[in-house]
Design a protein around this ligand. Sequence first.
Ligand code: TXA
Ligand code: MG
Length: 321
Amino acid sequence: MAETGTDISRASQLLHAGALVAIPTETVYGLAANAFNAEAVARVFEVKKRPGFDPLIVHLADAEHLKEIAEPIPDAFYRLYEKLSPGPITYILPKHPKVPDLVTAGNATVGVRFPRHPLTRDLLLHAKLALAAPSANPFGYISPTSAQHVEDQLGDHIPYILDGGPCSVGLESTIIDLSKKEPAILRLGGMALSEIEETLGAPIQKVQVSSSKPQAPGMLSAHYAPRTPLLFGHMERHLKVAKGKKIGIISFCKRVGSAPEAQQHVLSPSGDLREAAAKLFASMRLLDQSGVELILAEKFPEEGLGKAINDRLQRAAFREE
Ligand code: TXA
Ligand code: MG
């Protein structure tokens, strides 16, 4: 079991000593290491059981600390940063030579994010560290949105979980690549695409969120998946397929079908996509652990965070044949 608490000094001390600490962010919990300690970073891959060395996002308190992480920094970064950070957006920028190659998996670029969660902001300021952190889940499983989720799966492998309560956004950050001539979206996430486009004053032509040869593991088709098979969309048809089976249902604002109450997860009765996003992963986990044979999820409206919710459900539903 990991120690769980809100002691920033303790978390800072452990990180300085090269240990891993789970940190709360507004998106999902991260598994953090000092980005400039390559051995600690290597341990992150070990604990997550990632099959390869995939690049990690570097978490910073503010752009003042960006100098030794990325260079040169494009103008588009500052426009987005001023308006949208701290928040659920990750910028892919040209990497500074000082950043260990293990953090970026040998890429010439580095992912940088400024999390909004106050506890982690305090930790970053107090520890004066850049923290390399992937989501704190074993590779391929649903990302954790509470300290308990982290404890359930990684508690035996890390000394400390900084408990910041449930994540308010609940979806991983949106990733935008600013290292090329034209900005490209590599992952839909907690920051709506429309907000980014509004800030840039132009639509983004390149939205490269799924691929068989992904640049980012979040782009793999099978990802974020519960162990229980999940069927996405086509609710009428899937309800017929599921007849006689013990099913769980994830829906937006209304109950669907006639499963028992406990197996019905209506994510936002008031029809708020932000609320739905914040509850999505916890509902997937609860249903996964509830002993149902099949999870049915309806398609959410394709607007705002609904796009990212549908993206995650689509990936959760994907099964290699
Ligand atoms: O919300 C989030 O982004 C959370 C919290 C903890 O900050 N982090 C997160 O990390 O989701 P992770 O490692 O689970 O997913 C990060 C994604 C991966 O798909 C990775 O390949 C991609 O970001 N990535 C990181 N650096 C990159 C780079 N230089 N180029 C392209 N993709 C990159
Ligand atoms: Mg992840």
